[in-house]
Design a protein around this ligand. Structure first.
Ligand code: G6P
Length: 620
């Protein structure tokens, strides 16, 4: 949801900014731009479209300088256009900024600034921020302060920030203080990479890889000045802060595509390894349970839990639904799964011993962060199930469990889902073993989990079969996805994958519930994808499948190995290895990821950069 980069040092800034933007493009790709301090001017290059277009522009109109900021946009306020692209300047050209977030009171500020004679070029909320900082700066200069004194810039910036409502991560250049770059955040992520006499600024750590592993994570209302004399951080209320430099883990490194045509495909194929990483060091065979290093909850506290709330958005919410089945079945703890965007405003009554888990790949989703903060404010223990080390949610939660899936770049989430389900299964085992689960049952659970990476590898062998199925159905405009119990969230996730990357209308439903509405959609052009491996509800799902067949709808079945019965009923069968019912989502979700991928390719869609979407949604 917009990516920000910045650089202060001794190398040509534009190369570094462009490379960083390419790595952050998953956050938005409506437009891209950079601003570089060239002697005493700030040169801006920006344009509609992808970073590749900006690179071409810079080949024709290069900029020199070793301090700069850059931006890749996911449009919120103002259409995607050249003029609305970041960076934005103030009226005088003294202030140039990039912004990630949403300024909620921009309309009022804009009217006030317009009344004071400021003319606006764009329709963005960001230009209002640039103009506001510029206006504050002008007032300070008029009162006798020196434009080239960094303290004047600090004060102009702080005065402007005091009037903003909403969320922001900002990179700010002041023309008259050309040796420095300012950055500040409130609700939008920012990290500063600390190199050898150089600093890197980014929305997440991916642009820093290859340059430095030492980072400083800024908190809300921190403002940092980066210059050749070092980094200075001031907090809105606490003054100058000494922020520790942390070292990023190795796992953040593998972000190259190598021989894979798309990140999504690469990430689908990484699942045996990412699930193995989620399990690594977390199975205790002697006690037949799971162990976690970072829960930060003592045993008595964990034993007292009488309710669990899982809150998340998108695919992570679907993983949460699987978690609900797991936690209720094995830990016997009442569990609710809440859309973070609803929970944050709902004022749901929670018991004293409710534990809240925020499930998030990025650790930056604005709604999930807000829901977590709201629950913390009410005194509940909040934990994160998160992939991105050092992300805002990971840092703000009381504790948590990392997925260790490695970076997920494809906008459509794949390996994060299976890692989240794996971690939730570990959690169900851990909480179950503390309560009712027998040693023997714990052992079978552990053994089943240990076998999953291998079985996921085996599942991936269905790819050729999925490709052939995709060729037959790629032209359909509607799909139904149906499953029951553990495979109901899988049906939702399968439908979401197809919608996200192929723009086909798809609905996921509990298989039996489809009789109450969606069955009206069934015709010869509307395939139903049944997720129906063997298990407790197998017979019931077969009856639902017959109901669709009776109405002439084509059926694609995700079924267990050698299931002749399904073979006779369904038009297409994609088989997956037989696994215990509670772990079926780890295999049944994979053909659905591949089906969405293959159909999107056949329809000529941009698999890794689907229209209108962003990987990390840092606005409400
Ligand atoms: C966006 C992404 C989805 C993701 C959701 C939640 O919508 O496109 O793939 O599932 O955000 O993201 P999170 O990082 O919190 O898991």
């Amino acid at each position: 949801m917009c990516g920000i980069v910045g650089y202060v040092g001794h190398r040509p800034a534009s190369d570094l900014l462009l490379e960083g933007l390419s790595r952050l493009e998953y956050r938005g790709y409506d437009s891209a731009g950079i601003a570089v301090v060239d002697d005493s001017e700030i040169e801006v290059r920006k344009r509609l479209g992808r970073v590749a277009g900006l690179i071409e522009m810079l080949e024709l109109q290069p900029v020199a300088g070793s301090i700069g900021i850059g931006h890749t946009r996911w449009a919120t306020h103002g259409e995607a256009s050249d003029i609305n692209s970041h960076p934005h300047r103030d009226e005088t050209g003294r202030v140039v900024i990039v912004h990630n977030g949403v300024i909620e009171n921009y309309d009022r500020l804009k009217s006030e600034l317009a009344m004071s004679g400021r003319g606006f070029r764009s329709t963005t909320d960001t230009e209002v921020v640039a103009q506001l900082i510029g206006w504050k700066l002008d007032q300070l200069i008029e009162s006798g302060r020196a434009a080239d004194d960094p303290e004047t810039c600090w004060d102009a910036l702080q005065a402007a920030l005091g009037e903003l409502k909403g969320t922001y991560g900002l990179g700010v250049l002041f023309r008259d203080c050309p040796g420095h770059l300012w950055t500040t955040r409130c609700g939008s992520p920012l990290v500063v990479g600390v190199g050898d006499q150089e600093f890197f600024l980014a929305s997440d750590t991916s642009p820093l890889i290859g340059y430095t592993r030492d980072v400083v994570y800024l908190d809300d209302h921190d403002t940092a000045r980066l210059g050749s004399d070092g980094i200075e951080v001031r907090h809105r209320d606490a003054g100058i802060r000494d922020i520790p430099v942390q070292t990023i883990q190795d796992e953040a490194v593998d972000i190259e595509l190598v021989d894979c045509p798309h990140y999504m495909l690469k990430e689908i194929y990484e699942q045996p390894e990412s699930v193995r990483s989620a399990l690594r060091g977390r199975l205790n065979l002697d006690d037949a349970t799971a162990v976690f290093g970072g829960l930060n909850a003592d045993l008595a506290e964990v034993r007292r839990i009488d309710r669990i709330v899982l809150t998340a958005c998108g695919t992570s919410w679907h993983a949460g639904l699987v978690g609900e089945y797991l936690l209720e079945e094995f830990a016997r703890i009442p569990t609710e799964v809440e859309y973070a965007s609803e929970l944050r405003y709902r004022n749901a009554p929670l018991t004293d011993n409710t534990m809240v888990f925020a499930i998030t790949q990025s650790g930056e989703t604005a709604d999930t962060l807000a829901a977590l903060r709201e629950c913390r404010r009410k005194g509940h223990k909040t934990l994160a199930i998160c992939n991105t080390v050092g992300s805002t949610i990971a840092r703000e939660a009381d504790g948590g469990i990392y997925l260790h899936a490695g970076p997920e770049i494809g906008v459509a989430s794949t390996k994060a889902f299976t890692s989240q389900v794996t971690v939730l299964a570990l959690l169900a085992l851990y909480l179950g073993r503390m309560r009712h689960m027998s040693f023997r049952a714990g052992q079978s659970f552990v053994e089943a989990l240990q076998g999953m990476p291998e079985l996921i590898s085996e599942t991936l062998e269905c790819h050729d079969r999925v490709r052939r199925v995709a060729m037959r159905y790629a032209d359909c405009e509607n799909f139904l996805y149906l499953g029951r119990q553990y495979n109901f969230p899988v049906a939702l996730e399968g439908a979401l994958k197809l919608k996200e990357i192929s723009y086909i209308h798809a609905e996921g439903y509990p298989a039996a519930e489809m009789k109450h509405g969606p069955i009206a959609l069934v015709d010869r052009q509307t395939p139903s994808v049944f997720v129906t491996p063997r298990g407790g509800v197998y017979e019931k799902v077969i009856s639902n499948l017959e109901e669709i067949k009776a109405r002439g709808g084509p059926v694609i079945a995700i079924a267990g190995r050698d299931d002749d019965r399904i073979g006779q009923l369904a038009d297409e069968v994609i088989s997956v290895p037989d696994v215990p019912e509670f772990l079926q989502p780890l295999v049944t979700s994979i053909p659905l990821q591949l089906l969405a991928y293959e159909i999107a390719l056949l329809r000529g869609c941009n698999v890794d950069r689907p229209r209108n979407l962003a990987k990390s949604v840092t606005v409400e």
